[in-house]
Design a protein around this ligand. Sequence first.
Ligand code: SD4
Length: 322
Amino acid sequence: MTKRRSFLKKITAASVGLGNLAALRPAFANPAPQAKKPVVVSTWRHGLAANEAAWKVLSKGGRALDAVEAGVMVTEAEDNLSVGYGGLPDRDGRVTLDACIMDENGECGAVACLEEIMHPISVARLVMEKTPHVMLVGEGAQEFALSQGFKKENLLTERSKKAWKEWLKEAEYKPIINIENHDTIGMLALDEEGNLSGACTTSGLAYKMHGRVGDSPIIGAGLFIDNEVGAATATGMGEAIVKICGAHLIVELMRQGYSPQEACEVAIKRISKQKNAKDIQIGFLALGKNGEVGSYALQKGFDYATYADGKNQMTDVGSFYR
Ligand code: SD4
C-alpha cells in the first residue's frame, strides 16, 4: 500500500512536469479577502490625472468599462510624448497609435497603427461593440473611425516634430525602450458591482519602423481581463512582452492562486531570461478580483497610480535589477 502510494506520488509529479508538487498553487490556496471596490490603477505618473476621470465614473456606481475609457482619454488628449496627441512619431515622422480595451464579459476591441485620430481607445471600443472583429489596423482602422464620426487631426506637435528632427540627424535605428523613454498608459478598474475592465493606449516605440506594432493593442500581451480572476496590463518594450503573452500569463497565474504581486514577479523573471533583458524596461501591473494590486518591473523607476477609498496616490515599484 505504502509502495503504491509513493509510486503514485512520483508519477503524478512526473506527469505534470514538476519536481515539486508544492509548486502547484490551487485557487483555494489564496482565499480572497474582503473586496476593495471601486478601485482603479494605472501605469506611470500620468495615471493620476487619468484615474481622476475614471473615479468620476466609478464613484457614481458606473461601469468599469466606461471608467477606463474615460480615464485613458485624458492621457490621449494631453500633449505628452508617448500616448495619443504629441506622441513621438515613427522613423518616417508619422504618429501611429495602438490601443485596446476589454470588458467583464471577455469582449475586446483593438486598433493598431492608427493615424490622425486623437482617441484610439474609443475607436477600439467601437471595434468591440459595432463590428464582429477584435482588431482593425492602419488605413482600415482609420476608415472605420471616420465612418463613426471621428475627425482627422494632426497629432504631431512642434515638440515631437523637433525631437524627431533631432533624431534624424543621427538616425541610428536602435529600437529599445529603457528607463528614459517610455510611458504607455495601461488602466485596470474594478467597479462597485465587482466587475473588471481595462484599457491600454500608446504611440508605441519612438522612431520605430513604419507599421511596427507593440504589445499595447494585443489582447493577452498589453492587456488581459478575466472577470473571475483579475486583470493585468503592461508597459515597456513591447516585443519582450508579446514573447511571453505577458498580461495573459499574469492573469492565468492569478487563476492558479498566485497573488497579483507574485504573478507580476514570475512574469518579469521570465522576461529576464530574454537576450536583451538588461537593456530594456518592462513594468507589469495587476489587479485581483478582490481589489488587491500587484506590480513589478525589470528595472528601477516604474511607478503606478491607485485611486481607492477616495484617495489617488503613487506607488514606486520594485524591480528585478536593483
Ligand atoms: C510598445 N509597450 O509599443 C509599448 C511602449 C511602452 O512605455 O509601453 N512604453 O512597445
